[in-house]
Design a protein around this ligand. Structure first.
Ligand code: AMP
Ligand code: MG
Length: 349
């Protein structure tokens, strides 16, 4: 789930820019700088920012920040594929096809991932890792040339969410084939955002915004005592412009796109999002997908899934399931907005 090298730097830059816009849009001018609190840091190969209108009496910002770091650490211990000791890394390394006991957190994320795989007809597939690696977007780093069809077909034979199973009690996951491995990069950030939000609510905080690697969740009102307003970026590689500002109340927003994380080789552009049905990086005109949902985990996975499906099939699925989605589609130098009726209520007039 962590990113490395150039990818990580690009991702961090993207997030910084997004946070800049976000804060610009969300909190300026604040009711009084002394009353707004921001906790920042890095985790899961990216950065996070948590903005609170105020702290409850008796709770110090440092204490709260330490608790949040604990939540992020726990998520890494469960699901990081860059931490050899994590639950998921041990599951991936194991050749056993028996049930493998996991935490409630890992069980929740794998169960939701499988649900999104089914509703997207396999466009979202957390077993796609071997194909991601082949195209040079995995832990092994960039490869010099595009893989051959033979190697892609061989990798495709190794993958498939239908060979991954989850059970509730006791929480466990199981693979039918020893070589199957799981990468939760497309969904775990959203899960962590939900867990942080739950913790803040438990601490009696009602007005907050949590953002991790571009996935975010807003509750109550901003320090200005207005609903939170957050910016969706124009999906260009330089990317400092705002495409759309939306109003979020007790909702999550996740965005997936290939506009920063891609590679160019011999003039061809390769996205880091792979279509598991073909084994190739997505190559349609969709530049980004933003999803608003009650759950950040679900929004995160849906954004990735719809990015794979593309503008036509993605819109069909979004409309079928009543999802709140904004698609930004490349039309020459411009971006055309395609959205579902459910998305419209979040737009700022
Ligand atoms: P996101 O940034 O949430 O859209 O997630 C993108 C990450 O998910 C990539 O960097 C890959 O590690 C992983 N990924 C790529 N393609 C898929 C896919 N089809 N289904 C699930 N995860 C994917
Ligand atoms: Mg995602």
């Amino acid at each position: 789930m962590a990113l490395h090298g150039a990818q990580a730097r690009a991702q961090r830059r993207r997030v910084r820019l997004q946070v800049g816009l976000l804060l610009l849009a969300a909190c300026a001018p604040p009711a009084g700088p002394e009353s707004a609190i921001e906790l920042r840091g890095s985790s899961m190969g990216t950065t996070y920012s948590i903005v609170l209108a105020s702290l409850p009496k008796g709770l110090a910002a440092d204490t709260l920040h330490a608790e949040i770091r604990g939540i992020l650490e726990a998520a890494n211990d469960q699901m990081s594929t860059y931490r050899a000791s994590s639950e998921l890394s041990r599951f991936n390394a194991s050749s056993s096809t028996d049930w493998f006991r996991v935490s409630e957190g890992t069980r929740t994320v794998v169960a939701e991932a499988l649900r999104i795989s089914r509703l997207s007809g396999g466009a979202f597939d957390v077993t796609v890792g071997p194909v991601v690696d082949l195209w040079g977007f995995g832990a092994a780093g960039p490869s010099a040339v595009a893989p051959t069809r033979e190697r892609i077909d061989a990798a495709l034979r190794e993958i498939g969410y239908a060979s991954l199973h989850v059970r509730s009690s006791p929480p466990a996951i199981r693979k039918e084939r020893p070589e199957l491995r799981v990468d939760l990069s497309g969904i775990a950030k959203g899960f962590a955002v939900d867990r942080i939000a739950r913790h803040l609510e438990g601490a009696g905080i009602r007005n907050f915004l949590v953002e991790l690697g571009g996935e975010l969740r807003a509750h109550g009102s901003s320090p200005r005592e207005d609903p939170w307003r957050v910016a969706i970026e124009k999906p260009s590689p330089q990317g400092t412009a705002i495409q759309q500002v939306i109003r979020l109340e007790n909702r999550a927003l996740a965005t997936s796109g290939d506009y920063r994380r891609y590679r160019v080789e011999n003039g061809a552009r390769y996205s880091h999002i792979i279509d598991p049905r073909t084994g190739s990086p997505v190559s349609h005109a969709l530049a980004s997908v933003s999803v608003v949902d009650a759950s950040a985990m679900r929004a995160d996975a849906l954004a990735t899934a719809l990015m794979v499906l593309g503008p036509a099939e993605g819109l069909r699925v979004a409309e079928r399931d009543g999802l709140a989605v904004l698609f930004l589609v490349k039309r020459g130098e411009r971006f055309a907005e395609v959205s579902t009726p459910e998305f419209e209520r979040y737009r700022l007039e």
